[in-house]
Design a protein around this ligand. Structure first.
Ligand code: BES
Ligand code: MN
Ligand code: ZN
Length: 511
C-alpha cells in the first residue's frame, strides 16, 4: 500500500488556552470595523507604538474591508511581537458568518507569516446579539477547522503550524468550557475530513468495516453484515452495486445503547452513503466528473464519526445506524443498465443508469433501519450532482416527510454553522421514479429535471412512513478551494450538525 493506513493525517490541533490577562505570544489579533474605532487593548499598544497604528489608519494604509489584513510588528513588545488588524467590514453586517470568516482567514494569515501563537479577545466579536461565550466557541472552531491541512507531500520541511491560541476574557472559565467543547466537536469533523480526503485505495469498503469494528465498546455495538450474509438476507442493492469491485461490499450496523443493554427499538435511525469510489460503473463518469469521487462515502464517514465521538454528547436514547459500504466499479461482474434489483423490503428497481447507484444502496439500508421502527430516520448522502448545481458548496439540501423533524434539523444546523436548505418533494417527483416493469426506476423520468428531488422521492419508498430527513451533501461534502473555515477538499459537513441534532433531540412522549 502506498500511504500510511494507520495514520491518515498528521494535522495537529493547536492548543487552546484561556486567560484573564495577556500572556506572552506572537501576535495579538484585532478586528477592525469600517468605523475604524480602536478597542481599548489596541489603543494601549498604539500608544506604545507612538501612534503608528492610528496614523496608518488615518493615511488609509489600513482599511476595514473584510479579508484585508495588516500585520504590524511591535519592537520590544512586552506581550506581543506583532499586531494583526483583520478587516471586519461594516459593524451592522457583522454576524456569525463574518466571525467564522475573519478568524479562519486571520489564523491562516498568522500561520503563513511564520508565527506560531496568537491571542484574541472574544469580547471584540461579541456584538449584534452574539454572546461572548458563543464568540469564544466560534473562534475555537473557526481557527481549528480553518487551519486544517491534509498533506501527503514527502518533504515535510518548512511546514508552518500554529501551536497555540490564547483567548483572553474575564469569563475565563465559561470560555474554557466553550473552547473544550469546540475542540471535541472539531476532532469529530476532522476525523470525517481525514476519512473523506484519504485516497480510495486505502479507504475502501473493507477499511470502513475495520474502522467501524474498532468503535465497539460498552455503549457502542457493531455488527457487520458481510457479503455472504447480504446474499442470504436479500440486500441485493448493496450486492449489485458493489459487485464490480475487488473489495467486498458490506452493511455496517452500529448501535449506541446508553445503558449498554439492548433496547426494543432505537429512538433515532441513521443511514450514511458509503460508496468509497464512484466510477459511475458501466455508465462510466467522464473526465471532469470522476476525479474526486473518493468523497462519495462522505455520508458514511459522518455516521462513523458520530459513533466514534458519541461520548461528547452521551444521548439518553438508543441510536441505530446502517451504513452500506461498497465501490461502484467497472468489471465483467458489474451490474448493468436493464437489470432489475429486488431491494431488502421487497420492492423492485429498474436500473436505467449505473451511476445512480447511491439510491440503490441507500434503499437497502433505509429498508433495514425502517424495519427496526425508530421514531425518526436521518440519512446523509452525496446523492446527486443536481444538488450541487442547485445549492453550490456551502449548504446541503434537506428533504423530509415531517415538518417537525425538518425543523429540529434546521435548529441543529444553526448551532453547528453548517447550512441546510429545505427542498421540495412533491407528487410529480414521486411519479417521475415509478417503474415500467418494476416498482421503481433509479432515474427520474425526465433525466435532468429536479434530479435531487426525484432521488429523494426514490428514497422515500424505503422509509415506511417513519418521520424522515434526507440530507443531500453532494455539494457541501467537498470544496475545490479553501473558503473560510471549510478547507480545500473534504469539509466534514454534517458531523457537527448531526452531533448537535442528537444532543438536542427529545424522544417523543418525553418532555
Ligand atoms: N455520487 C454521485 C453524486 C455526486 C455528484 C456527488 C457530484 C458529488 C458530486 C451519484 O452517485 C451520481 O453519480 N449521481 C448521478 C445521478 C444521475 C445518473 C441520475 C448524478 O447526479 O449525475
Ligand atoms: Mn454515481
Ligand atoms: Zn455516487
Amino acid at each position: 500500500m502506498i500511504l500510511n493506513k494507520n495514520k491518515l493525517n498528521d494535522y495537529k490541533i493547536p492548543e487552546l488556552k484561556t486567560a484573564i490577562n495577556p500572556v506572552k505570544c506572537d501576535v495579538a489579533l484585532f478586528p477592525l470595523f469600517d468605523d475604524k474605532k480602536l478597542v481599548q487593548e489596541i489603543k494601549e499598544i498604539d500608544r506604545r507604538l507612538n501612534g503608528r497604528i492610528s496614523s496608518a489608519i488615518k493615511q488609509k494604509f489600513i482599511k476595514g474591508d473584510l479579508k484585508s489584513f495588516k500585520l504590524l510588528t511591535i519592537p520590544g513588545g512586552k506581550y506581543f511581537k506583532a499586531v494583526l488588524l483583520a478587516g471586519a467590514g461594516k459593524k451592522e453586517d457583522f454576524n456569525t458568518d463574518v466571525l467564522y470568516s475573519i478568524i479562519s482567514n486571520a489564523s491562516r494569515y498568522i500561520r503563513d507569516s511564520d508565527h506560531t501563537t496568537f491571542a484574541v479577545w472574544p469580547e471584540h466579536f461579541s456584538l449584534n446579539g452574539i454572546r461572548e461565550e458563543y464568540a469564544a466557541y466560534a473562534i475555537a472552531k473557526a481557527s481549528i477547522l480553518g487551519l486544517y491541512t491534509f498533506n501527503q507531500k514527502s518533504n515535510k520541511e518548512g511546514i508552518k503550524e500554529i501551536k497555540s491560541i490564547l483567548l483572553i476574557t474575564k469569563n475565563s472559565s465559561s470560555a474554557k468550557n466553550a473552547v473544550d467543547k469546540a475542540k471535541k466537536i472539531c476532532e469529530a469533523t476532522i476525523y470525517t475530513r481525514d476519512l473523506v480526503n484519504t485516497c480510495s485505495r486505502i479507504v475502501n469498503p473493507e477499511f470502513l468495516v475495520k474502522e467501524a469494528k474498532k468503535l465497539g465498546g460498552k455503549n457502542v455495538k457493531v455488527e457487520i453484515i458481510s457479503q455472504e450474509q447480504l446474499k442470504k438476507k436479500g440486500f441485493n442493492g448493496i450486492l449489485e452495486v458493489g459487485g464490480g469491485s475487488q473489495y467486498k461490499p458490506a452493511l455496517i450496523i452500529m448501535k449506541y445503547l446508553p445503558s449498554g443493554k439492548p433496547v426494543a427499538k432505537p429512538t433515532v435511525g441513521l443511514v450514511g452513503k458509503g460508496v468509497t469510489f464512484d466510477s459511475g460503473g458501466l455508465n462510466l463518469k467522464p473526465m471532469g466528473y470522476i476525479e474526486d469521487m473518493r468523497m462519495d462515502m462522505g455520508g458514511a464517514a459522518v455516521v462513523l464519526s458520530l459513533f466514534k465521538h458519541i461520548g461528547i454528547i452521551k444521548p439518553k436514547f438508543a441510536i441505530m445506524a446502517a451504513v452500506p459500504v461498497c465501490e461502484n466499479m467497472v468489471s465483467s461482474r458489474s451490474y448493468r443498465p436493464g437489470d432489475i434489483i429486488r431491494i431488502y423490503n421487497g420492492k423492485t428497481v429498474e436500473v436505467h443508469n449505473t451511476d445512480a447507484e447511491g439510491r440503490i444502496i441507500m434503499a437497502d439500508a433505509l429498508s433495514f433501519i425502517s424495519e427496526q421502527k425508530p421514531e425518526v430516520i436521518i440519512d446523509i448522502a452525496t446523492l446527486t450532482g443536481a444538488m450541487m448545481v442547485a445549492l453550490g458548496y456551502s449548504m446541503a439540501g434537506l428533504f423530509s416527510n415531517c415538518a417537525k423533524l425538518a425543523e429540529q434539523v434546521k435548529v441543529a444546523a444553526v448551532e453547528s454553522h453548517e447550512k441546510v436548505w429545505e427542498m421540495p418533494l412533491v407528487q410529480e417527483h414521486r411519479e417521475s421514479v415509478e417503474g415500467t416493469i418494476g416498482d421503481l426506476k433509479n432515474l427520474g423520468k425526465d433525466k435532468a429535471m429536479a434530479g435531487a428531488s426525484t432521488a429523494a422521492a426514490f428514497l422515500e419508498n424505503f422509509v415506511n412512513n417513519i418521520s424522515w430527513v434526507h440530507l443531500d451533501i453532494a455539494g457541501s461534502v467537498w470544496r475545490p478551494e479553501t473558503r473560510d473555515h471549510t478547507t480545500q477538499y473534504a469539509t466534514g459537513f454534517g458531523t457537527d450538525l448531526l452531533l448537535n441534532f442528537l444532543a438536542i433531540y427529545k424522544p417523543k412522549g418525553k418532555k
